[in-house]
Design a protein around this ligand. Structure first.
Ligand SMILES: Nc1nc2c(c(=O)[nH]1)N(C=O)[C@@H](CNc1ccc(C(=O)N[C@@H](CCC(=O)O)C(=O)O)cc1)CN2
Ligand SMILES: Nc1nc2c(ncn2[C@@H]2O[C@H](COP(=O)(O)OP(=O)(O)OP(=O)(O)O)[C@@H](O)[C@H]2O)c(=O)[nH]1
Ligand SMILES: [Mg+2]
Length: 437
């Protein structure tokens, strides 16, 4: 990537569409506007123009916007061509734009990458933008919007400020001491502050699963003996035939997943193979997968058919015990030892179950706007910083070693916002975007 390149792309979605937006960012953006529209409009004012190819033949009539750098979203001169959203229109516009010397097609995420490289946004905000584009539920949108707006950056900046202050105190005490030593009272005060900061980071990491739930979904695993009615329940929840249902025990082998939006929280339901000592080799693999799913679950629905006993389950997730096929004994008393009775056939109890799961998911996910290091990348940075902070022991370490430990911690923490040590990761982070973003 070269910053002197000007990049162009279709930034709006699949064609055909009502309108297509083509964006051009970089030093040749003005030239592009002059070449296609015959001039540069006033900044940030929509202007109706005829766009022409290099021979002067009209391509379309549309709106042109100019966002001068460095105040634009990318931090560079940025032009937007809003045209009719036909395939041939967009293709002709892109051909005309890339025909201009110095203008080429953008790669995935390259506009956002430039915003990062020009200091308009930090890495956590770029990751928040990626989440915003991927958001499917209301809670996901709210969470991503907060992070794109800087919630996690502010947390990272506050941590960094405390760390830098601790370093400054140590370095100053260093400079003023005769023996190159740090007085015990200064060292002790800094150690207390570093321990407090480490405690806060540890609590934040402990909440990381909440952020992951907003991003990936609250994971509900449907488990139980063969024929308990697991796949029937999955289909009832999904309101379509996702999984094969049959009277043959051992029908399901793969883990079959369906995603629902429950009150704004993304929830993943996994139907699994019936748990038993399987003779069939393929079924045994399925049972192993079911066990693995149980270990990953946030909540387990343990299904038990009438006349059967609830067995022991693997994993540590909370369990809701459900008596299935309620229609076979509709007038019996509520079964003892069960949270709910339901019937996939009549639908009885399904709404109550959905409410229970939605409450559990909401409770586990917490406040969507709360800033937590949710992504693996973010968690690794915080855990790595924490490892340095935990190693800090100025009362027992030589002063230079202690000071170096804090320097390493700050270096590591800098990677959270991307100010340091992230060069090799940039391709991974921005490659996740679509072209035109
Ligand atoms: N057409 C279009 N819609 C869009 C975007 C865009 O780039 N183009 N956005 C892209 O993601 C989002 C909006 N975000 C934007 C943020 C800042 C500026 C901007 O030009 N800021 C200038 C001027 C501010 C002002 O006039 O108050 C600045 O910061 O100096 C534009 C869009 C969503 N919708
Ligand atoms: N009467 C009645 N039958 C049901 C109900 N739910 C499931 N069944 C029947 O029970 C049998 C097994 O249902 P499945 O949903 O395939 O059971 P499963 O737990 O997925 O079974 P495996 O995949 O083999 O572990 C099928 O014949 C279903 O039609 C129900 O609510 N009422
Ligand atoms: Mg099944």
């Amino acid at each position: 990537m070269r910053a002197e390149d000007t990049i162009a792309a279709l930034s709006s979605g699949a064609l055909p569409a009502g309108i297509a937006v083509l964006r051009v960012s970089g030093p040749a953006a003005r030239l592009a506007m002059e070449s296609l529209a015959g001039g540069v409009p006033d900044p940030r004012r929509a202007s109706l123009r005829t766009f022409r190819d290099r021979s002067g033949v009209p391509i379309d009539r549309g709106l042109l916007l100019f966002f001068p750098g460095p105040g634009s979203v990318s931090g560079e001169d940025l032009a937007e061509f809003h045209v009719h959203g036909g395939r041939a229109v967009a293709a002709a516009m892109l051909a005309a734009l890339t025909g201009i010397s110095g203008v080429r097609l953008a790669e995935a995420g390259e506009f956002t990458r430039r915003a990062f490289e020009n200091g308009r946004i930090d890495l956590t905000e770029a990751e928040g933008l990626a989440d915003l584009l991927a958001a499917e539920t209301e809670g996901q949108r709210a969470r991503a919007m907060a992070q794109a707006g800087g919630s996690l950056r502010q947390l990272a900046d506050a941590w960094m400020a405390r760390l830098l202050r601790a370093r400054a105190l140590i370095e100053a005490a260093f400079d003023f001491s005769d023996e190159g030593d740090v007085a015990d009272d200064v060292a002790g005060g800094v150690a207390a502050e570093v321990a407090a900061l480490a405690g806060e980071m540890r609590r934040s990491l402990a909440e990381a699963r909440r952020g992951e739930i907003w991003r990936d979904g609250f994971h509900v695993v449907i488990a139980g003996a063969p024929n308990a009615g697991k796949s029937s329940l999955l289909n009832a929840l999904a309101e379509r035939e996702v999984a094969i249902v049959s009277p043959v025990p051992g029908t399901t082998r793969d883990v079959i997943e369906t995603r629902l939006d429950l009150g704004g929280v993304p929830v993943r339901f996994s139907d699994t193979a019936g748990l038993r000592a399987a003779d069939d080799a393929v079924e045994a693999i399925g049972v192993e997968r079911a066990r693995a799913a149980l270990r990953q679950a946030d909540l387990v629905l343990q299904l038990v058919a009438p006349g059967e006993e609830a067995g022991e389950l693997e994993g540590e997730a909370p369990v809701l015990r459900l008596r299935t096929k309620r229609d076979l004994a509709p007038d019996g008393p509520p079964p003892a030892g069960f949270d709910l009775a339901l019937s996939a056939r009549t639908g009885e109890g399904i709404d109550a179950l959905v409410r229970r799961v939605a409450d559990a998911a909401r409770e586990a996910a917490g406040d969507p706007a709360r800033a937590v290091p949710a992504r693996l990348r973010q968690r690794e940075v915080v855990a790595g910083t924490l490892a340095h902070l935990d190693a800090y022991d100025p009362l027992h370490q030589p002063a230079e070693v202690a000071a170096e430990t804090l320097r390493l911690a700050a270096d590591r923490l800098g990677a959270l916002t991307g100010r340091r040590g992230v060069e090799d990761l940039l391709g991974v982070i921005f490659g996740e975007f679509c072209i035109g973003k």
